[in-house]
Design a protein. Structure first.
Lengths: 112, 179
């Protein structure tokens, strides 16, 4: 599969996430769009890792572990995303408790 | 002239792979669009789960089986359930989003479209354009190779990520605690 297809698919997913962040007001949906962008990057990393592996293994048949790093980066991105979601959702719950809304327009003064 | 059967066979599997690739791509893009256009946040969460499943399908197509399973377990299983919990806790579906500024939406869509246009134009003729991503084969995505690498080269980041999880847990409890 040509790498171009994966690049364009990931770019489209990433830009859909950006449009979501820019146009929606609900903090939870903005958060979900951030997850969407993270997943677009993950998909591109896996595709690049497989591309790198194919290039290495055709040049040198002993390089069987070339490209593992990219997939491990994806694993660590997932770890960080899980930690981020737990803290972020706690912040959103706290915000809902204080101002009874999750509209980000009410948050433009960073105090209540 | 007799064509060797192996070649015909590999062409057939390439066809199946192509069909699967296009199907999963269209599904991912459509469900991502539905995430940002749904009125109800619950529907957004469900469409996002569809997106994650199609991305997992892409991982399986790239033979990154470990990441496909982890993606389903962590994202579709844990994170999305957390989102659903929070949304249902807040009872958001009754309170519709307040009246939105149409121009702001238009500007957001235009900005995202321009970014997509610029990135595609910039990356259309990269020097890796002709390279292929290995699909359906290659065993670097299997759990054996990834586990070996993870627990030898990347063992320190792995341990640090456990500390990160601990601090995230403590942070979530401290933030969510009632005064």
């Amino acid at each position: 599969m040509p790498i171009n297809y994966y690049i364009f698919l990931s770019l489209a997913l990433f830009c859909i996430g950006i449009v979501g962040v820019l146009t929606r007001r609900n903090a939870i949906i903005i958060f979900m769009c951030v997850e969407l962008m993270l997943n677009a990057v993950n998909l591109l990393l896996v595709a690049f890792s497989k591309m790198h592996h194919l290039a290495k293994i055709t040049a040198d048949a002993t390089a069987v572990t070339a490209g593992t790093d990219g997939q491990l980066f994806v694993f660590f991105i997932m770890v960080v995303a899980a930690a981020e979601v737990s803290v972020g959702l706690a912040i959103i719950v706290m915000m809902y408790r204080n101002i009874h809304s999750v509209d980000v327009n009410f948050l433009n003064r960073l105090k209540h | 002239m007799l064509r060797p059967p192996k070649r015909a066979n590999s062409r057939f599997t390439m066809n199946i792979t192509h069909i699967l690739f296009w199907f999963l791509s269209v599904l991912a893009l459509f469900s991502a669009l539905m995430v940002i256009t749904s009125r109800n946040p619950i529907y957004s969460v469900l469409w996002l789960i569809v997106t994650f499943f199609s991305i997992s399908g892409h991982y399986i197509l790239l033979n990154a089986q470990f990441l496909a399973i982890v993606n389903i377990i962590v994202y579709a299983g844990a994170i999305m359930v957390l989102f659903l919990f929070v949304i249902m806790l807040m009872n958001l579906s009754k309170t519709a989003e307040p009246k939105k500024n149409r121009w702001l939406k238009l500007a957001g869509g235009l900005a995202g479209g321009c970014l997509l246009l610029v990135l595609v134009a910039a990356l259309r003729n990269t020097e890796i354009k002709g390279q292929l991503a290995q699909v359906n084969e290659g065993d670097i995505g299997l759990i054996k190779n990834l586990g070996k690498e993870l627990f030898s080269t990347y063992v320190v980041p792995f341990e640090i990520s456990s500390i990160l999880f601990l601090s995230a847990m403590v942070g979530a409890v401290v933030i969510g605690k009632k005064e």
